[in-house]
Design a protein around this ligand. Sequence first.
Ligand code: ZN
Length: 405
Amino acid sequence: MTRAVIFILWALLGAVSTASAQSFTALARLEASESRITTQGGAFQIDLSLSQGVPYRVYTLTEPARLVLDFREVDFSGVDAKSLILNENPKTLRFGAVRPGWSRLVLDLPRPQVVSQAGLRVDESSGAAVLSVALKLTDPEEFKRRSGAPSDPVWDKLRPSVSPTVSSSDDKALTIVLDPGHGGIDPGAVSAGITEADLMFVLAQEVRDALLRSGDVNVVLTRQGDEFVSLERRVKIARAAEADLFVSFHADALASGKANGATVYTLSEEASDAASAALAERHNRADLLAGVDLSGQDDEIAAILMDLARLENKPRSEALARGIILGINTEVGHTYKRPIQSAGFSVLKAPDIPSVLIEVGFLSSKDDLTKLTDPIWRMKMVVGIHNGIQAWLLNDAADAQFRRK
Ligand SMILES: [Zn+2]
C-alpha cells in the first residue's frame, strides 16, 4: 500500500511567539459549537475550531474506508459527535485520546474520497486555531493507492510529552525532562484537599517556564495534566526525548515526625535507610495500581551495559543533586536536615540519564503545605531549582571533555 496524502503541519511553531502566554497551557480544547463536519455531494469538509494550534496529520485508510486525523494535545472531553457532524450518521465519527497527549479523530467514508486540502490557521492575537480538511471524491483505485498509515519519524518516535510550544528542531539544545509526580487515579499525598499531583504539576510548569525563559534548552514534561502516567512510561518518555537530565517532583506526606524542607534523591540499589525505602515503595505502588509490573523490566536490557552507564552517571546525578540543593538553600534558605539521600525510585532508573527526585517538602507538614501553595514562596523554590540545574549544566559540560577521554 502506498503512501497516503499526508499533511503534517507544525504551523503552531510560528504562532508561539505571538501567543506565548497561551502557549504555556497544556491541552488545546475543541470548541464544538464552532466546529462542523459537513458533506457536499458526498465529499467531506471538516472545520475544527481549537483553542490553540497543535501539530496534526491527516490520512486515509482502507478496509474499512476511513479518514484519520491525529493530533497532539487536543481535549475532546464533553464533545458530542452529533453536534459536530451534519447530514451524516453521527456513528461514522469517533474521537478521543489514544495515549497521553495524543488524540485521534476517525471518520468513516461511505464513498471513496481523498484529502484535497488541509490547513491550520492560527489567530495571531488569541492563539486560537481553525483546522480545515477538504476531501474530494475519487475512484476506488485511486483511494486505495493514496491510502495507508504514514510512516514519519517525527510522529513514530512518539515524543508525546514534547510540549508543542517547544521547538524540537534544535538538536544542539539540551533537553530537560521534568516529571511531576503522580496524576490521574494516583493523586499522591493529599492534605487539606490539596493533592501532591496537582501541586507538583503546577511547580513543574513553573520550573519549565523559568528554564525556557533563560533560553537554549528544550523542556519536556512527562504529563500534560491530571493524567496517570506509569513510572516505566515516565522513564520511556525521557529516553524518547533523549533527555540530558531528568528531574522528578514530589511532596509526600510522612506518617510520623515533623519533617519539613526539601530533599533531593539519587538512585541507590539499596534504599539508603528505612524511610527512603518506604517512600520508594509508595511511589512504586502507583504502577501496581494500573496493573503494570515493573519487576521484569530490567531483564530486557543487558544488565552489564546498564551498570556501566549507571557507573558513569552516578557521580553526575550526585552532582546534580548537590547543585539543586545549593540552589534551593540559597533562594529558600532552608532544606531538610539531610538534604541529599538515595533510594530505589523506579523513576530514576534510566541508566544513561542523570536523574534526581526532589521532595520539595512534605504535605504532612503544615508549614510546608502553606509554603508550597504560596506562589511567592514557590517562586523562590523555582529559582533555586532553576539555578541549580543551570549551574550543573555548565559544570557537567566542562566535565564532559574528561569523560570522553
Ligand atoms: Zn510523591
